[in-house]
Write a protein that binds this ligand. Structure first.
Ligand SMILES: CC(C)(COP(=O)(O)OP(=O)(O)OC[C@H]1O[C@@H](n2cnc3c(N)ncnc32)[C@H](O)[C@@H]1OP(=O)(O)O)[C@@H](O)C(=O)NCCC(=O)NCCSC(=O)C[C@H](O)C(=O)O
Ligand SMILES: [Mg+2]
Length: 291
């Protein structure tokens, strides 16, 4: 398994690459990953200066800190090639590709990266935000099954999905939820991490905490964020809770009892617990241990 797939991606903050002020704020922020945006958050006339700002920032990048990602414009847009070259020069941990429709788009981008002699450990994240990407999400995820593949992470683009489909983005996300679940399922099949979409209403942190809890329950690994105030609620929601850790420890302890050594299924507190639950508990404890 690719080591980057074990990284925590609970809180993933978008930062417009054009915003000097937002970039200057980064050392004080405790998010798991930062996505420097060259796409929708940057006006056409500001793209070139934004690339230059990124080059300068990455040249003095801190040794430790969050995972660093650059979102480029699509390769076939007027900014795509320059963005790709700037990303290559910055050497982030990953590049995030928006508006992907088909596996061909990923192959083309991968080939373009190879032509720049990009290192094999430069990862590729992909926005799932078009109707075609939704229809192809299983085939897109398949590309992550190869251990050497760059493809590492799906990011839900709920704003673009709403725009392209006409679906109403209600606060409870009732019309978007089936597609989000499909994305989680596909990501699991392909061994990818998968991040929930952004919440635009960044001042309402109660609603945001509910949306994070919902995203965690849906199986997302973390949430993409647009504002520093969203970091802490996301971190909390996507970390194993004290109750979940205690329950996992109880399952581990029960199976460690000599009386249960040869048993596949036991009962704990009136509930059936099988060895698959033990495996699940071990995974949760390992994750909690890494945090
Ligand atoms: C949404 C914002 C424009 C709001 O900005 P602002 O009004 O400045 O907020 P505050 O005054 O509350 O900011 C307080 C301080 O925090 C800094 N700040 C704000 N946002 C960020 C950030 N994202 N990263 C780092 N620092 C940030 C401010 O500079 C203030 O600093 P200080 O005064 O020194 O204390 C703004 O939050 C913003 O631009 N957010 C990011 C927007 C973005 O990147 N959008 C693109 C990605 S989302 C997307 O495209 C989704 C997807 O593709 C889809 O289809 O759904
Ligand atoms: Mg988008």
């Amino acid at each position: 398994m690719n080591p980057s797939r074990h990284r925590q991606r609970r809180s993933v903050l978008f930062v417009p690459a054009s915003s000097e002020k937002a970039i200057a704020k980064l050392p004080s922020l405790a998010c798991d990953a930062v996505v420097f945006d060259l796409e929708d958050a940057v006006a056409p006339e500001a793209k070139e200066a934004a690339r230059e700002r990124l080059r300068a920032w990455f040249a003095a990048r801190p040794k430790d800190g969050p995972e660093l990602v650059i979102r480029v414009n699509p390769l076939d847009s007027e900014w795509g090639t320059e963005d790709l070259l700037a990303a290559r020069a910055c050497a982030p941990d990953a590049v995030l590709l928006p508006k992907v429709d088909t596996p061909r788009d990923i192959h083309d981008f991968d080939d373009a990266l190879d032509k720049t002699d990009a290192p094999a450990d430069l990862k590729l994240w992909v926005m799932i935000e078009t109707p075609k990407a939704m229809l192809n999400v299983g085939a897109l995820a398949e590309l992550g099954r190869d251990a050497a593949a760059r493809l590492d992470c799906f990011v839900a683009g709920t704003n673009d999905l709403a725009k392209e489909t006409g679906v109403l983005a209600t606060p409870d996300r009732r019309y978007l939820t089936p597609w989000l679940m499909q994305m989680v399922l596909a990501a699991r099949a392909g061994g990818l991490t998968v991040l929930d979409g952004v919440s635009n209403d960044f001042r309402d942190l109660d609603a945001f905490a509910r949306e994070c809890a919902e995203g965690a329950a849906m199986g997302f690994d973390g949430k993409t964020l647009i504002h520093p105030g969203q970091i802490e609620p996301a971190r909390a929601a996507f970390s194993p809770s004290a109750e979940a850790v205690a329950e996992a420890q109880a399952i581990r302890a029960a199976f460690a009892l000599p009386a249960n050594a040869g048993r596949g299924v036991i009962s704990i507190g009136g509930r059936m617990v099988e060895r698959l639950h033990l495996a699940q508990a071990e995974r949760l404890l390992a994750r909690a241990g890494r945090l």
